[in-house]
Design a protein around this ligand. Structure first.
Ligand code: ADP
Length: 165
């Protein structure tokens, strides 16, 4: 069984992420979407919330599993019996960084390869940080977030603004 890992911060999951998930789930027998702990970022949604949001929007895709981890990605993949990491590649911004990470992960675990799916053109410039930035100005573009989580996002923006964040 070919198991692939799709890692990220998913703070929150966007339509761009969901598009990659659907396409990767068509290619592999099982896709594990893993929310990685990133000590450097202070997230809008905590780890459990992000996992829950992803579970809700992927509930209709039977071969998708959602998990979280604070391990090194190469170690996590080995533990899960996976030899493929899936990454989305957006216009310009992702290439250098992703290339470097793919080489590092392959060095740490030579059985591990990274496969890139190009972003769909309408999501080429979409990132979670753009969605959050727009949200702070009261703009929620419905095509950027999975419909089911828009109320959660609006609620969080509202409470953050009230809390002065
Ligand atoms: P973001 O950069 O939006 O904060 P993450 O750090 O959670 O997202 O990214 C997880 C993975 O999803 C990365 O491989 C990233 O390149 C990919 N990704 C993010 N946004 C998109 C998008 N709009 N289209 C395709 N892939 C994307």
């Amino acid at each position: 069984m070919k198991v692939a890992i799709y890692p990220g911060s998913f703070d929150p999951i966007t339509s761009g992420h969901l598009n990659i998930i659907r396409r990767a789930a068509n290619i592999f027998d099982k896709l594990i979407v893993c929310v990685m702990v990133n000590a450097g970022k202070s997230p809008m949604f905590n780890l459990e919330e992000r996992v829950d949001l992803i579970k809700r929007v992927t509930a209709d895709i039977p071969n998708v599993e959602v998990d979280s981890s604070n391990e090194l990605l190469a170690e996590y993949a080995k533990r899960k019996g996976s030899c493929v990491i899936v990454k989305g590649l957006r216009a310009g911004s992702d290439f250098e960084n992703e290339f470097q990470m793919a080489l590092i992960n392959h060095n740490i675990n030579p059985n591990l390869d990274t496969m890139f799916l190009t972003a769909e053109h309408q999501y080429m410039y979409l990132s979670s940080s753009t969605v959050k930035e727009l949200g702070r100005y009261g703009v929620v573009l419905p095509e950027f977030l999975p419909e089911a989580i828009i109320p959660d996002f609006q609620e969080r923006i509202k409470s953050n603004l009230q809390g002065g964040k």
